[in-house]
Design a protein around this ligand. Structure first.
Ligand code: URA
Length: 204
């Protein structure tokens, strides 16, 4: 950790951190998957966006938010005037936890112990990037960032704090929007999500 934080160039330190994350074997999740998926983005990003964990597509590509949830994020970010290339995009848990079902790999939510264990990496990312604002997407990110597991539905749109005082704007996870069966509800929730992204642009 000391060597990382002493690295002269933040981008170099982040590169080194991400190589360490990519080789992580601190729990069994990444051993079952292709491997840990590091965060992505500029070391001087004013905004850090945090999701839950990589999905099937992210695990194969070893890149965050490139699957269906990532497409929702990209689309809504663009509509909200948020340039993804300027955001540091990462996850609370770096590995894809799944249950094999035939040829498919079914997403499994990481448990509280796994989120706490993997927070080691998220905390280092936060220390290196030092964003002005963190966008916490979904309950797992909210728990990892604020320590509170209270209902995300009641907290979304609000600003809380990470352990070092960095403001954390909470919103729903983009995959939640994909799961809503009712079209009108999905549209309304998507609009609220876009509003949260637009607020993140204004604050960061
Ligand atoms: N969902 C997440 O939380 N993160 C990803 O990277 C992809 C899907």
């Amino acid at each position: 950790t000391r060597a990382l934080l002493a690295e002269a160039e933040p981008q170099d330190a982040l590169g080194r951190l991400n190589r360490q994350i990519g080789a992580c074997a601190r729990c069994g999740i990444c051993a079952q998957a292709t491997g840990a998926v590091p965060g992505e983005g500029p070391a001087d990003a004013a905004l850090m966006a945090v999701g839950e964990q990589p999905g099937d597509r992210e695990d194969l590509a070893r890149r965050p938010f490139v699957g269906p949830a990532g497409q929702v994020f990209d689309r809504e970010a663009q509509a909200a005037g948020l340039d993804r290339a300027a955001v540091y995009v990462t996850n609370a848990v770096k590995g894809f936890k799944f249950a094999p079902r035939g040829k498919r790999r079914i997403h499994q939510r990481p448990d509280a112990g796994e989120v706490a264990h993997c927070r080691w990496w998220l905390d280092l990312e936060r220390q290196l990037v030092r964003p002005k604002l963190i966008l916490g997407m979904g309950a797992t990110a909210a728990k990892a960032l604020t320590g509170s597991g209270r209902d995300i539905g009641r907290r979304r749109g609000r600003i809380e704090e990470a352990s070092d005082g960095t403001p954390v704007l909470l919103t729903v996870h983009p995959s939640y929007l994909l799961r809503l069966p009712d079209r009108a509800r999905a549209e309304a929730e998507t609009e609220r999500f876009r509003g949260d992204l637009a607020a993140a642009v204004r604050i960061a």
